[in-house]
Design a binder for this molecule. Structure first.
Ligand code: HEC
Ligand code: HEC
Length: 246
């Protein structure tokens, strides 16, 4: 009996300590993590939904907080976020840490119930679904062109938006190649579709069109994947970095 218990203990210990995530942090990010603990950021902030609740979850904050804002938050503070007066290198380390945490395959941070959840807005859920499903370089490049062109300000996934911007996942059913090139070059300013800024090169337009075709083919799969991601922020517990709580 005792032998069995000892064996269980050994196996359990082995499991706990070998469970060290594939989350490999760079040296700079490890420094950021150290600071994160030293400055007690977790007293007010969560990572993967764990921590204090005065401030927002920071798991995916890197994509919404730019460098300038982070620097200002970590020096002069903001609202209830205290002025911490961090040095330049400390800010860079914190930035590295937050950026390396912000990976869709690890899980999205969950905010408190009742708050608008950044991690599961339709657009975020859709983009995460596309990133996971797309493989061909042309498709990925086309998608990135749309993302960096802020097209999602008007075009929403799988619906006509309030400003009348159509669902781009069905655009290849409406427009032929020449018409697509035309709208991607000149826009339709009189109808509320501005020309892309900066303008797309011919090669870029080709990639965008390749992305539209792919999107059309994958429409149903992407749509249900987007819904799934929206209905529940998925955290893959087995991939949570346990070091955070050691
Ligand atoms: C006393 C509580 C407290 C502590 C400690 C604290 N924060 Fe904050 N933090 C806040 C609050 C409250 C906000 C929201 C402020 C606002 O929006 O004006 C915030 C906002 C932020 C944001 C912006 C998040 C977003 O989504 O806009 C970042 C990034 C951040 N804090 C990082 C940190 C880091 C890194 C540390 C540790 C070095 C830290 N905070 C320590 C309370 C705190
Ligand atoms: C300010 C809002 C706005 C932005 C930003 C915007 N669009 Fe549009 N887009 C529209 C509207 C409105 C239409 C519908 C025009 C019409 O009725 O003919 C449209 C139409 C289109 C069409 C034709 C769709 C069809 O079915 O006829 C394509 C393709 C398109 N947009 C691509 C893009 C791309 C790519 C971007 C980013 C570079 C972008 N749009 C940015 C508002 C916008």
């Amino acid at each position: 009996m005792l032998g069995v218990l000892v064996a269980c203990f050994a196996v359990q210990t082995g499991l706990v300590y070998s469970d060290d995530v594939d989350l490999q942090l760079s040296k700079q990010a490890i420094e950021g993590r150290r600071l994160f603990h030293e400055e007690s950021c977790q007293v007010c902030h969560q990572l993967w939904g764990q921590g204090g609740f005065l401030g927002p979850d920071l798991t995916n904050s890197a994509s919404r907080v730019d460098e300038t804002r982070l620097a200002s938050l970590l020096t002069v503070g903001s609202g209830q976020m205290p002025a911490l007066h961090l040095e330049k290198e400390q800010i860079a380390a914190m930035r590295a840490f937050l950026e390396e945490l912000d990976r869709s395959e690890i899980g999205r941070g969950e905010l408190r119930l009742g708050e608008p959840n950044e991690g599961t807005s339709p657009q975020t859920a859709f983009e995460a679904a596309v990133v996971d499903a797309s493989s061909s370089p042309g498709v990925v490049a086309g998608f990135e062109a749309l993302r960096s062109g802020a097209c999602s300000a008007c075009h929403f996934p799988f619906q006509v938006s309030i400003v009348g911007a159509p669902d781009l996942s069905t655009v290849v059913e409406r427009l032929d190649e020449a018409e697509l090139h035309e709208v991607l070059t000149k826009g339709r300013p009189e109808k509320g579709m501005p020309p892309p800024v900066p303008a797309f090169s011919e090669a870029r337009r080709q990639q965008v069109i390749e992305y539209f075709r792919w999107l059309n083919g994958e429409r149903e799969a992407l749509r249900s994947e987007t819904e799934r991601r929206q209905s529940r922020a998925t955290v893959d517990w087995s991939r949570l970095p346990w070091w955070e709580y050691r």
